[in-house]
Design a protein around this ligand. Sequence first.
Ligand SMILES: Nc1ncnc2c1ncn2[C@@H]1O[C@H](COP(=O)(O)OP(=O)(O)OP(=O)(O)O)[C@@H](O)[C@H]1O
Length: 355
Amino acid sequence: MTAIRLEGIVKRYGTAAAARIERLDIRDGEIVSLLGPSGCGKTTTLRIVAGLIEQDEGNLWFGDRLINDVPPERRNAAMVFQNYALFPHMTVRQNIAFGLEVRKRPRAEIDRKVDAVLELVQLPGTADRLPKQLSGGQQQRIAIARALATEPDVLLFDEPLSNLDAKLREYMRFELRKLLESLKITTLYVTHDQAEAMVISDRIVVMDKGAIVQVDTPHKVYRDPASRFVAEFVGTASFLEGRVESWDAGEGRGLVVTDEGLRLVGRGHGMQPGDPAVLCARPEAISLHPVSAATPDDLPGTIEAIVDLGEMVDFHVRIGTRAIRTRTLAGPRPGNQGDRVGVRLDPERCYVVAR
Ligand SMILES: Nc1ncnc2c1ncn2[C@@H]1O[C@H](COP(=O)(O)OP(=O)(O)OP(=O)(O)O)[C@@H](O)[C@H]1O
């Protein structure tokens, strides 16, 4: 097992920095995702770790080994790509054996390892098939088996599930998480899909414009976003801009008065009275109540639209000049389109961040 450390890493194309990572530590056996919108520098960072791109500045460590000048094939890292990158004219067995043959391993060992990794990805009967005789999901599992066969210290995934259809992708997330958990190999995983990152990772690195903006467990990234950008990118939220009226640093919560004069309580860090702020309300933080059951503290709202998603129902609600969104399990509804409702915000699930 190998810890990974990136220190002062910068990669520029022309004058623009595609990646600038002050510091990132990935622990032995940890599964870490790089998550962010297109162009934020995820793939550049992953490729620097793989040795496929050379950084302009900074140091990269695998354990206590500085590997800046170590070529990719000597880093003992295996990469799994979005397009599987299997050799089409080779059987599954030949594909998986390839890396071991390059390393001139004895035949018996190669056969044993191929069988073992096929077992691991639950495709033991496919050894003699060609990639085209497998489904997309199966091909991706073979690509993973091929990566595992060489017993790498580090596994690198570049959007490995993006080519699969939505249902299979969802299933494979859980399968992959189970597999990675059992392997305990240090893993860096690139995705722009926040749900995938939530399922796969021990920790998520959220990136924006080449830099890291938050590193935390999936739970913390969702429950404690460091900025509006993170709250917007991971999950959904309604945003209410305003100013901090009072703040209890000990409790980590305070009162925000929005630009429309709504008084709302939320949790956060490092805010001061007078700070411009945004209150981020997750859909599950907002509950709607028929006017007859509303309390004086509820905000007066009007249901503008109801979107029925089957098991869930989205409500778009107007509060004065503001539109917010909430989501509930299908069931009794607080009202119909056009009805007035009481809107209640759970302060525990509202986050106050700098504006
Ligand atoms: N070879 C290159 N030459 C010039 N600019 C590049 C090159 N590779 C990447 N970039 C730029 O660097 C930035 C980061 O790219 P990168 O591929 O790392 O982003 P990403 O987060 O992986 O995006 P995506 O999810 O779309 O793959 C982008 O602005 C991109 O246009």
